[in-house]
Design a protein around this ligand. Sequence first.
Ligand code: ADP
Length: 272
Amino acid sequence: QKFIVVTGGVLSGIGKGIFSASLARILKDSGINVNILKIDPYLNVDAGTMNPNQHGEVFVTEDGYEADLDLGHYERFLGIDVSRKNNITAGQIYLSVIQREREGKYLGSTVQIVPHVTAEIKERIKSMSGDLLVIEIGGTVGDIEGEVFLEAVRELAFEIGRENFLFAHVTYVPFLRTTNEFKTKPTQQSTQLLRKIGIHPDTIVVRTEGPIDANSLYKVALFSGVPRNMVINLPDSPNVYEVPNILHSLGLHRLVARKLNLEIRDNYTWHY
Ligand code: ADP
């Protein structure tokens, strides 16, 4: 099994969900058996008790699970029915570790974030089907709640083999009107933060309001240590259902397949 881990930098709400779903779609249309998982670092067990004004719609899956709205993106972009298995929250992970502790299953050991909570996260990830699993980690790198999940995927990449993992970091590059330039510093810093915890991204997805200049993308590549061809720009699109088309025309499926050593045959059928 191969894994793509999508993290976010700089700001939340920059489009990790749309990117993850779109990437999964173009890979599905490349003949790969793709599955997708959303990890939500919040302590709610599910999204059912969260204010939709604050958090967006609650998406109810076929098996009656109240999930984050990103699961709706997954269904619409991938043309599949997702279930409760496609979403992990920190609340579920901690609840199950604590329940196990009460049942005496840890046999006298001190129950800790590392290794017990990370082990629970890794087990949940490993139980997912599919030849390729896209894992979207909610929030932004640097959030306290997200740390344990980043540690778990870092360990998993070490255990399963780094060559089976592709880390995609989605960041935002603002345009400063006063000086008429794109500012890459926040992206550099969030990539450094990711490297500090032992994850060197393989690709950086630069979200911008409008198209960015080549020089700014080169700066992102240089300061993040990511090859220039793996730094891609995703400007705001008037229609999010165009995003798979944009990624496909950039050839992202081929870049990802080469990196993960996946055999693909192009049979692109996405339409909306
Ligand atoms: P995240 O998962 O990072 O929180 P989402 O994928 O849920 O972000 O997207 C946040 C909002 O931004 C949504 O309303 C979505 O429709 C919009 N959005 C995401 N990607 C794009 C894009 N490339 N162009 C325009 N709007 C986008």
